[in-house]
Design a binder for this molecule. Structure first.
Ligand code: UDX
Length: 439
């Protein structure tokens, strides 16, 4: 089939490459000519394992092309995936829908043939119905244009796997639209044949399927981080507690890892936007717990600051601290709402001399926080440090020999903000080792 994918950021570039991988002919569309030129030459402006290779493969096979022209997009295909971002508004609460609106406004006037626009972005419930009205309004008179909502659940670092082997597909259709479902079933045929469950529903349920999934995941992480606070007060061990909980199959062990909390371009902003939307709908109380989920998450960062102050008595000013990791999670160069980078900035503000090292995210971090020092490797960043904060759990850090690290630091003290380092091994090598939620 022929498809377009509009918006070639993280979600769109992945979706375009994966649709080509499924055998479709794909036209990627973006308003940024530099991005389009880069993608056309197989280069991806962010780090995602395997994506640059997949794009290059399908540009070479001729199944994937890119353009900046909406006119060309409208003429190219019947199915158009809208994959643009919905960032947090400057008020820090609601979602900025200007890009999702712009796709409809730019594409609709050219749709002089039957067209199905499929929204994949994470949006406040009610957006799809509004966009569907706009699409009908702006399309040429008499054109058969429809909208469907098909939220994307991919995780950074696993974007290709999550797109080609998703846990489920959820698609919302408008009342009385009988033509769109067969078309989308055709698009996703290889996944459906492989047994991926499909939930067919209405617009608001499809939109909520995404925002409520993110709310649930954030709640699960904050639940275990709240238990970490209790463990700290009661002398218990949250890692062992989490293991004990995880054997209950009703609870399960995934997203039950206590540490410095969640960050990234999705969970924090999505729970805030969801909360705001519930207020608008008059059901604010139903989601009031998300304020607490957010607060628990942010308190974990305060706890790391407390531990730093405790381990460096006499004040942070002038003290050398190494921060290991600045991506919001490993296997990503994304620093959006990264707990690690936030903490590096807070330590710097408190007067500490901070040296950050991350295997992939330092270019992005330098742009956002040029005031910090950046090392060339974990050992180099730890040189002369009185304290190491391990805040993003890259494998590189787990594989370090604590004895080799002890040789370069001024004082062997480490806070494992992700609870993944071998505590006994580090202690045996002479380290003062502190964790979150553990003794
Ligand atoms: C998330 C959702 O998982 C995905 O379905 C959605 O489409 C987008 O948002 P992503 O932001 O890529 O994906 O990251 P994810 O792997 O979910 O991790 C989110 C954050 O939670 C990270 O900062 C991670 O370090 C943290 N986390 C995750 C924990 O602190 N503990 C856990 O047990 C799991």
């Amino acid at each position: 089939m022929r498809l377009t994918v509009i918006g070639t950021g993280y979600l769109g570039a992945t979706h375009a490459a994966c649709m080509a991988e499924l055998g479709h002919e794909v036209l990627g569309v973006d308003v940024d000519p530099d991005k389009i030129a880069a993608l056309q030459s197989g280069s991806v402006p962010f780090y995602e394992p395997g994506l640059a290779e997949l794009i290059a493969e399908h540009v070479a096979s001729g199944r994937l092309r890119f353009t900046t022209s909406y006119r060309q997009a409208a003429a190219f295909a019947e199915v158009h995936f809208s994959c643009v971002g919905t960032p947090q508004l400057p008020d820090g609460q609601g979602a900025d829908l200007r890009y999702v609106d712009a796709v409809i406004e730019s594409l609709a006037p050219y749709l002089d043939r039957p067209a199905l626009v499929v929204g994949k972005s994470t949006v406040p419930v009610g957006t799809a119905a509004r966009l569907s009205g706009r699409l009908a309004e702006l399309a040429p008179a008499g054109a058969r244009v429809r909208l469907a909502w098909n939220p994307e659940f991919l995780r950074e670092g696993f974007a290709i796997e999550d797109t080609l082997r998703p846990d489920r597909l959820v698609i919302g259709f408008d009342d009385g639209d009988s033509a769109s479902e067969p078309l989308l079933r055709e698009v996703y045929r290889p996944l459906l044949d492989a047994g991926v469950p499909l939930v067919v529903t209405d617009f608001p349920t499809a939109e909520l399927a995404k925002t409520s999934a993110n709310a649930f995941l954030a709640t699960k992480i904050s639940f275990i981080n709240a238990m970490a606070e209790v463990c700290e007060a009661a002398g218990a061990d949250v890692a062992q507690l989490s293991a004990a909980l995880s054997y209950d199959t009703r609870i399960g062990g995934r997203f039950l890892h206590a540490g410095v909390g969640f960050g990234g371009g999705c969970l924090p902003k999505d729970i805030r936007a969801f909360r705001t939307r519930a207020e608008e709908l008059g059901v604010g109380r139903a989601l009031a717990f998300l304020d607490e989920v957010d607060a628990i998450n942010l308190r974990r960062r305060d706890r790391v600051m407390e531990l730093a102050a405790e381990l460096l008595p006499g004040g942070l000013s002038g003290r050398r601290v190494a921060v290991w990791g600045c991506a919001f999670k490993p296997d990503s160069d994304d620093i959006r709402d990264s707990p690690a980078l936030d903490l590096a900035g807070r330590l710097h503000q408190a007067g500490a001399s901070v040296s950050v090292y991350d295997p992939h995210a330092m270019d992005n971090a330098r742009k956002l926080r040029p005031e910090l020092d950046y090392g060339t490797g974990p050992l180099e960043s730890a040189q002369g440090a009185e304290l190491i904060l391990h805040l993003t759990e890259w494998r590189d850090f787990r594989e370090l020999d604590p004895r080799a690290v002890a040789e370069v630091v001024a004082r062997p003290q480490i806070v494992d903000g992700r609870n993944v380092l071998d505590r006994d091994g580090w202690r045996a090598a002479g380290w003062t080792f502190r964790s979150l939620g553990r003794q």
